[in-house]
Design a protein around this ligand. Structure first.
Ligand code: CDP
Length: 227
């Protein structure tokens, strides 16, 4: 049987990770967090030179080619590994979010991430989460979901997540960060943030996490018919 591929794309803090991880666990599939890979590379560039290193495109492109990013551990809750070193919540800071969306607009970086993602996904059933999973990586996916939510709701969710890790940020700042990042993700020339033509758009504003998961599982049930 062909592997089942479910893609979950959408703007920042729309609930993709929580939903994708739960759906992967429920279906016993691999969970691919493509955003974590851009975050890992953003962190690497930040450590090596900070945002000004981005002006040296040739160096960033060479760094991308030399970078290995993968996952280890449980299929539905894998840990990120950058150049052989495990990473944790250090990729979840607002600074790294910003760096991630900057590196993600660079074609050579995307080319490297796409190669790594294709290698991870080879012949596996999976739930893949990101911005271009349904449009670029898995255009033939059986189920494509595009999660959206109001920016107010997304800012509140991200503020809560950051606070749970001890990072207290004013709501207005969190909102400005995700708005700036969404704009950059939507307006870039390569693999911009856009729903695939055949994606089911789910607005999670006002939904509980369980309701979000149910909505995706319903899309799976509708799209994947036995036989
Ligand atoms: O969790 P959140 O939605 O805030 O972000 P993420 O999914 O971890 O992605 C971080 C950044 O990586 C995004 O703002 C995008 O710029 C980039 N990204 C991308 O370009 N393509 C993907 N498939 C996944 C993430």
């Amino acid at each position: 049987m062909n592997p089942l591929v479910i893609t979950i794309d959408g703007p920042a803090a729309a609930g993709k990770s929580t939903t994708a991880r739960a759906v992967a666990q429920y279906l016993g599939c691999l969970y691919l967090d493509s955003g974590a890979m851009y975050r890992a590379f953003g962190l690497k560039v930040d450590r090596l030179g900070g945002p000004s290193l981005l002006d040296d495109r040739a160096r960033v492109a060479a760094l991308a080619r030399d970078t290995t990013i993968g996952f280890t551990g449980p299929r539905d809750h894998p840990a990120l590994v950058l150049d052989g070193v495990p990473l944790g919540d250090e990729i979840r800071t607002p600074r790294v979010s910003d760096m991630a969306s900057r590196v993600a607009a660079i074609p050579e970086v995307r080319a490297r991430m796409v190669d790594l993602q294709r290698a991870i996904a080879a012949q596996e059933s999976l739930v893949a989460e990101g911005r271009d999973m349904g449009t670029v990586l898995f255009p033939a996916a059986a189920v494509k979901v595009f999660l959206v939510a109001s920016v107010e709701e997304r800012a509140r969710r991200r503020q809560k997540e950051l606070a749970a890790r001890g990072d207290t940020q004013p709501l207005a700042e969190v909102r400005a960060e995700i708005e700036a990042r969404d704009r950059r993700d939507r307006e870039r020339n390569i693999a911009p943030l856009v729903p695939a033509a055949d994606a089911t758009v789910v607005d999670t504003s006002g939904m509980t996490v369980d309701e979000q998961i149910q909505a995706v599982l319903e899309a799976v049930a509708t799209r994947v018919r036995p036989g």
